[in-house]
Design a binder for this molecule. Structure first.
Ligand code: SF4
Ligand code: SF4
Length: 439
């Protein structure tokens, strides 16, 4: 081990653990989740997983930044308007309140998660009660509120998403403005071209309003992933096509974070999702909290740990820390407020894609062999065609039910994200299940 190279903190912690031969019983809960069937069969309960190796190799324990960001947490018992508004005041207090971020005359863009047309009780989109509370809080501080997002799929689908999510009604009730993400501005990051919605770049302040959910491909969708919506409509499809693997797609998410950089993130940890998120196929789960930070990477780091993911396991969060866009070292992050809200209990989490740290020559064939594929529950399908519109490689022929060209499919699961009926779920083949992908 060369000078200057540190073991990740969780690794060294376990090196001291008296129960090292049986990490799955570790009182720290480090290996609390179900072990992959393959390793249970092989009897290698202690074997570090590829994500651990990634974290080790990339030195994730090293602080990415000298500053110690704050993640503020507060419980919220119900979805009642007054209760959520009080919780918002409470969660922003340790950060200096809304007045620290908003001055009179500022144009403030709220970026909720408006993934697809889904009702609030499906827990797919940022809850309208939180969007309303934030809108009013910004207005009280003297700001003008714009609410903007670009749902997955073609732009023509957006009006339905605004309506069904309840955000259209909130905009009307509060006198705020819904902004379509149609006009774009071109940017290049790390050799990839991005078209970012102009309202995002032109606002005086972007307040990121992600939702706490699982994600079948990226494992988790939170503060960083929510910013992918800053890329309008079908341009998201092009990026999925360019980056079919979770490594490359995670890198794209981090590029978008680099371009957008919200000034404040307030996470809807009220009614979120576990299981097959982030679309209608996910299982609503009451988390009962709000979380806020000026550092979206730190916020995601805290929330992914609370959900049961290990350091480095959610690739885009780790990559964002490594690029210095925020702090992904849990020990360098201070939490304020009600830390008990992070006691989520056992959740149904997607399994990671372990091939990501294989050498390039091996990663591509491994990815093909273990690729997630869409699986259709035909009786739930209404033949709306949304999945075909969202597919970046035109692998779906619309119909009732639609048909899938699985040879063409790249396993991005955009179809599952947008299906309003939750009729599409990720299918893992036997090999993928054996090596630890799956539920
Ligand atoms: S699978 Fe879902 S998105 Fe596709 S046509 Fe059926 S209901 Fe619509
Ligand atoms: S069929 Fe579904 S998973 Fe496959 S490429 Fe198209 S949208 Fe992605």
């Amino acid at each position: 081990m060369g000078p200057g190279f540190e073991l990740p903190s969780y690794w060294t912690g376990h090196a001291k653990c008296a129960r090292i031969p049986s990490w799955s019983h570790c009182s720290d809960g480090f290996l609390g989740r179900r072990r992959p069937l393959g390793r249970q069969i092989a009897g290698v309960a202690w074997a570090p997983r590829a994500q651990d190796a990634y974290a080790l190799l990339m030195g994730l324990s090293r602080p990415q930044d000298k500053h110690s960001p704050t993640v503020s947490l507060t419980a919220c018992e119900t979805l009642g308007r007054e209760v959520v508004a009080e919780a918002l005041v409470s969660v922003l207090a340790p950060l200096g309140g809304m007045g620290r971020f908003v001055s009179p005359g500022m144009q403030v863009l709220l970026k909720p998660n408006l993934l697809t047309a889904a009702a609030p009780d499906q827990a797919v989109t940022t809850h309208p009660t939180l969007v309303e509370a934030v809108t009013k809080s910004v207005q009280e501080a003297g700001g003008t509120v714009l609410i903007g997002d670009s749902p997955a799929g073609p732009l023509k689908n957006a009006p339905r998403a605004w309506h069904k999510s309840g955000l259209r009604e909130i905009a009307a009730r509060t006198g705020s403005t819904m902004v379509p993400f149609e006009e774009v501005s071109w940017h290049s990051v790390n050799g990839t071209d991005y078209f970012i919605a102009r309202p995002v770049l032109e606002a005086d302040l972007v307040i990121n309003l992600p939702k706490l959910k699982t994600h079948a491909l990226t494992l988790y969708t939170g503060a960083i992933k929510n910013l992918f919506g800053a890329i309008p409509g079908t341009r998201k499809r092009e990026l999925h096509f360019q980056a079919p693997g979770v490594q490359d797609f995670s890198s794209i998410l981090v590029d978008v974070l680099e371009l957008v950089q919200p000034g404040l993130t307030i996470m809807d940890g009220l009614l979120g999702q576990e299981g097959n998120g982030p679309g209608s196929g996910g299982t609503p789960h009451w988390y009962g909290c709000l979380a806020a930070s000026t550092d979206p990477v730190a916020l995601d780091t805290v929330m992914t740990e609370a959900m049961g993911y290990r350091p480095g396991e959610v690739l885009h969060v780790a990559q964002a820390g490594l690029r210095g866009l925020g702090v992904a070292d849990r020990e360098a992050i201070s939490t304020q407020g009600d830390g008990q809200v992070l006691e989520f209990g056992e959740l149904q989490l997607p399994r990671p894609h372990w091939y990501f740290c294989a050498p390039a020559w091996a990663a591509a064939p491994l990815r093909r062999l273990t690729k997630l594929r869409p699986s259709l529950a035909g009786d739930a399908c209404i033949g709306c065609g949304t999945c075909a519109e969202a597919c970046p490689v035109d692998a779906i022929t619309p119909g009732l039910p639609p048909t899938f060209d699985l040879d063409r499919c790249i396993g991005c699961l955009c179809c599952a994200e947008v299906c309003p009926e939750g009729a599409i779920s990720p299918h893992r083949n036997l090999l993928a299940q054996l090596i630890g992908m799956g539920y």
